[in-house]
Design a binder for this molecule. Structure first.
Ligand SMILES: C[S@@+](CC[C@H](N)C(=O)[O-])C[C@H]1O[C@@H](n2cnc3c(N)ncnc32)[C@H](O)[C@@H]1O
Length: 254
């Protein structure tokens, strides 16, 4: 698929909530929501802003968990979908989801403890976005970016889904943040470089799924998010289960 066709595909997805839900569920073996929810244990403080909230599922999860949340979404169709999600789940108010752009936030300085962005589009690489995030964060606050995720080639279905993703989204969707396309090589490299003390094992209480979190001192993902130039300190975490791995970049404001 050509880059222009791919861009058209993404723009079409952001205009139709049903297509978007299909595209973020089926090709990813239903794991997208699991990946979004990795944000929850990383939230800091009480006041949270979500950028590009899409369908608003994570926003609703955070409100349900008791956080005081606002969201900014660029696409009018996604804005409507997110507001409907809040209404359907009887959480918050429609006006808490604002139409706008991450590059120009309409909030006062130091309004939030955490800013969240899951599966962001190009806006997250724009220095204007990170400058705005730094401005609205309180001292000690953090930006959490779930930049991407990959299914791993296990079982019967996942290799097929990976092939499908590669055809539709391009190889970067499958191998994007990975340095090596050969998973065995990458695992070996990480066994050498990751300090076992920086590996944390979690068990998801709802699903019983075990996953590990590695804090990577020199991660190969998230490098294009311009944190340091805007005064945020970088922390890179790779979360891995038997079926997938997820790339999380955190920017901390001192
Ligand atoms: C790939 S979707 C991810 C949506 C959601 N966070 C999720 O996890 O499913 C990217 C979202 O960012 C929104 N978006 C794109 N550019 C934006 C911008 N400059 N400011 C705010 N939102 C933007 C899109 O409309 C879309 O809903």
């Amino acid at each position: 698929m050509t880059p222009r066709l791919r861009q058209w595909l993404f723009e079409t997805l952001y205009k139709n909530e049903y297509l978007y839900r299909f595209a973020s569920t089926v090709p990813f073996a239903g794991q997208w929501r699991v990946w979004q929810r990795l944000v929850l244990p990383r939230l800091h403080g009480h006041d949270v802003l979500e950028l590009g909230c899409g369908l608003g599922d994570l926003l609703a999860d955070m409100l349900e968990a008791g956080y005081n949340c606002r969201a900014v979404e660029y696409s009018p169709q996604m804005l409507e979908a997110a507001r409907n999600t809040l209404q359907r789940r009887k959480l918050g108010e429609k006006s808490w989801v604002l139409q706008g752009s991450a590059q120009h936030l309409s909030f006062s300085d130091a309004s939030f403890d955490t800013v969240v962005s899951t599966f962001p589009s190009e806006y997250i690489y724009d220095p204007d976005t990170i400058a705005e995030v730094e401005r609205v964060l309180r001292p000690g606050g953090r930006l959490i970016v779930v930049e991407g995720a990959n299914l791993l080639p296990t079982g019967f279905l996942q290799p097929f889904l990976m092939l499908l993703q590669m055809l539709v989204y391009g190889p970067s969707a499958v191998y994007g943040p990975r340095k090596e396309q050969n998973l065995d090589e990458e695992l070996a490299r990480n066994a050498e470089t990751v300090d076992p003390e920086d590996t944390i094992l979690h068990i998801n209480r709802d699903t019983g799924t075990a996953f590990t979190t590695d804090v990577l001192p020199d991660a190969w993902f998230g490098q294009h998010i311009p944190l340091e130039s805007q005064g945020l300190r970088r922390r890179s975490e790779r979360v891995r289960s038997r079926r997938w791995e997820v790339y999380i970049t955190i920017g901390e404001k001192s």
